[in-house]
Design a protein around this ligand. Structure first.
Ligand code: TA6
Length: 322
């Protein structure tokens, strides 16, 4: 090989392109926090109830259902998205400690605080925007409750709710800490309204052989024999037979659309109001909107759990786009 005295030095390695970061926008006036990944996925969270009201994939396709008449001004629970149910599911007239609370408790109608964000990307060599995610943390403590609610449920507690947006999934997790000197009992659930194209083409798989309470049939206990289809008002509390890590899959036209994996949540509620119930809810719009939604709700609601002083409970769901 000819030795050339002035051969150019090797090109400096192409400078590592900085990894694009997720962006987080805090709109204090609207009480809303929005996060967007460099690849386009986004999530929108209201400080009211720490309610996720939008989750979109990279193409802008909305995965959650939100009523066109959802009240977002903080005066009422949001009809849609992912309302938070705590410390009671539904109403519990026979449970002294929570019998005076509003339906589904106070978490979804309280003003939460935005605690901060953290982003992470894979540190592996060659990682790119593909690996970025963003975690938003929200907090609610007993000291920030209004006096009326404090009087109805006089326990000291801290709630931390985290919303983590990744490219193909959304993770929502809640940590409940008992700061009281006495134990308290609670139920907790993530009341997720999933968007579908046409409920008539929807099936829910993964709950086969699971026992459930059928709230539209006298709260009778039944066993799910096959996949679930929705042909009328449906309101069921399942105890999934296959355990929390087994995905519960929503299919449309036989194709997997979304799945829910639980962590430390023992139950799963499937709800669709259908025609009459949809008509009876003033904030449910359009009235045929029941055809484009199904609630698949991860939680622990079949019985109250006891949290001892100083102890904490953590539960989470991961929603996957498929
Ligand atoms: O999760 C199902 C359910 O408990 C239904 O019984 C129905 O009441 C639904 O929640 C909506 O409750 P909400 O208080 O938001 O109108």
């Amino acid at each position: 090989m000819v030795d050339r005295p002035n051969k150019p030095s090797a090109l400096a390695a192409t400078p590592q392109q900085p990894i694009a970061q997720a962006s987080v926008n805090i709109d204090s006036a609207a009480g809303r926090v929005t996060a967007t990944l460099p690849t386009g996925e986004s999530v929108d969270v209201l400080l009211h109830g720490a309610t996720v009201i939008s989750w979109k994939d990279a193409s802008g396709d909305e995965k959650l259902w939100l009523s066109e008449k959802a009240i977002l001004d903080g005066s009422k629970a949001v009809r849609g998205g992912i309302p938070l149910v705590f410390p009671v599911f539904g109403t519990a007239p026979d449970h002294a400690a929570t019998s005076k609370l509003p339906q589904h408790g106070f978490a979804r109608i309280s003003k939460w605080e935005f605690l901060g964000k953290s982003t992470s990307e894979s540190k592996q060599s060659g990682s790119s925007a593909e690996d970025t995610n963003v975690k938003l943390d929200f907090g609610l403590s007993s000291s920030s409750l209004d006096e009326k609610t404090r009087a109805l449920w006089p326990y000291d507690f801290d709630l931390i709710y985290s919303v983590t947006l990744e490219r193909t999934n959304l993770v929502t997790s809640i940590v409940i800490t008992n700061k009281s000197a006495e134990a308290f009992e609670f139920e907790v659930l993530l009341h997720t309204y999933l968007r579908v194209k046409d409920i008539n083409n929807v099936a829910v798989e993964g709950l086969e052989d699971s026992k459930y309470i059928d709230k539209v049939d006298g709260a009778s206990t039944k066993t799910q024999s096959s996949s679930i289809t929705i042909t009328g008002e449906t309101d069921r509390v399942y105890t999934p037979a296959k355990g929390p890590s087994e995905p519960v899959v929503v299919t449309e036209g036989g194709k997997k659309a979304l799945s829910v994996v639980r962590d430390n949540f023992t139950d799963l509620v499937v709800w669709n109001p259908w025609t009459e119930k949809a008509a009876s809810m003033a904030d449910f719009a359009p009235k045929d909107g029941f055809k484009t939604m199904i609630c698949v709700e991860a939680g622990s609601v079949k019985a109250f759990q006891t949290l001892e002083p100083g102890d904490a409970f953590e539960g989470a769901q991961t929603l996957y786009t498929l």
